[in-house]
Design a protein around this ligand. Structure first.
Ligand code: IPM
Ligand code: MN
Length: 331
């Protein structure tokens, strides 16, 4: 079967790393038809399109979206992030952001294989709020956080299902229930209720500030973590940093209900400072493509790709892509 993949290389190093990721997927024997979408900061500067409803409609007909990175220093913060990335997450209902940390960096002997499940459609990301008397000394800015029972519950249930399927069967809720008492209470109660459906899963709770200490000092305590959108954003950068660097951190923006395509992207950004130098590590994009293969039912290819990424590889972006692809050709 040939999968229809929409490719958004985006800005900066995005197109470079996505090119290597597609090379590796091809080498893994997965049949696909890739269609390029010219979107991101550079496209916006050219003709003003961020993500039109027409383009979004076209994207809906694909099996998956592979994205490199978007954002460019010439465009004010938020325009591309909200208008492209978050618009896809919200409109395609990609309510799970799954970010595995495999600990495959040199010197890490599989030290902490854990995964963060980040809620991806609510919290402070919804853009609720506003500003009054802008630019005056009486300026007021509010930024709300939306947490719905439905949104919290479907995220927590997904995390329990994932934890139940893993060897350790351990799930930690991370929040800030001692300060964010309204949202925290909804998350904790929902967590406790859903836990009853999964008696084999051991559970724990950490405040997000304490979780930052454990990520650095004792990551072995974690198997699966579930958390809200903003805490998940911050914690997964830290997760990348403590498990070999952001150049290895992959992510899947999932619509588990499969009412549309899911989107796969490295956690890192467009890194305009190193574009064209060959310094970008394509491994995060390659591992994101492995997550895509999993979601498309190509589990053998996904596992082979992950295996091929565990051997340390040196060199330029293209060298690393070629080396990983070459390991797969041997299968
Ligand atoms: C991420 C990124 C995005 C986020 C930005 C670019 C909007 O940091 O995917 O982690 O905050 O979710
Ligand atoms: Mn982030």
């Amino acid at each position: 079967m040939s999968h229809k993949i929409a490719v958004i290389g985006g800005d900066g190093i995005g197109p470079e790393v996505v090119h290597e990721a597609l090379k590796v997927v091809r080498a893994a024997g997965v049949h696909f038809e890739a269609t390029d979408f010219d979107l991101g900061g550079q496209r916006y500067l050219r003709d003003g399109e961020v993500l039109s409803d027409d383009t979004l409609h076209t994207l809906r007909s694909f099996d998956a979206i592979l994205l490199g990175a978007v954002g460019t220093p010439e465009v004010p913060p938020g325009v591309i992030e909200r208008g492209l990335l978050l618009k896809m997450r919200f409109e395609l209902d990609l309510y799970i952001n799954q970010r595995p940390f495999l600990g495959i960096a040199p010197g890490h002997e599989r030290p902490h294989d854990f995964v963060v499940i980040r809620e991806n459609t609510e919290g402070p990301y919804v853009g609720e709020g506003g500003v009054l008397r802008k630019g005056t000394i009486n300026e007021v800015a509010t930024q709300g956080s939306v947490n719905t029972r439905m949104g919290v519950e479907r995220c927590i249930r997904y995390a329990f299902q994932l934890a139940a399927s893993r060897e350790r069967k351990h799930l930690t809720l991370v929040h800030k229930t001692n300060v964010l008492t309204f949202a925290g209470d909804l998350w904790q109660r929902t967590f406790n209720e859903v836990a009853k459906e999964f008696p084999k899963v051991d559970t724990a709770y950490n405040h997000v500030d304490a979780a930052c200490i454990y990520f650095v000092q004792d990551p072995h305590r974690y198997d699966v973590i579930v958390t809200d959108n903003l805490f998940g954003d911050i914690l997964t950068d830290l997760g990348g940093a403590v498990s070999g660097g952001i150049g290895l951190a992959s992510s899947a923006n999932l619509n588990p209900a499969r009412t549309g395509p899911s989107m796969f992207e490295p956690v890192h950004g467009s890194a305009p400072d190193i574009v064209g130098t060959g310094k970008a590590n394509p491994t995060a994009a390659i591992l994101s493509a492995a997550l895509m293969c999993d979601f498309l039912g190509e589990h053998a290819a996904a596992n082979h790709i992950r295996e091929a990424c565990t051997e340390p590889t040196e060199g330029s972006t293209i060298d690393i892509g070629n080396a990983i692809a070459a390991r797969l050709h041997k299968h």
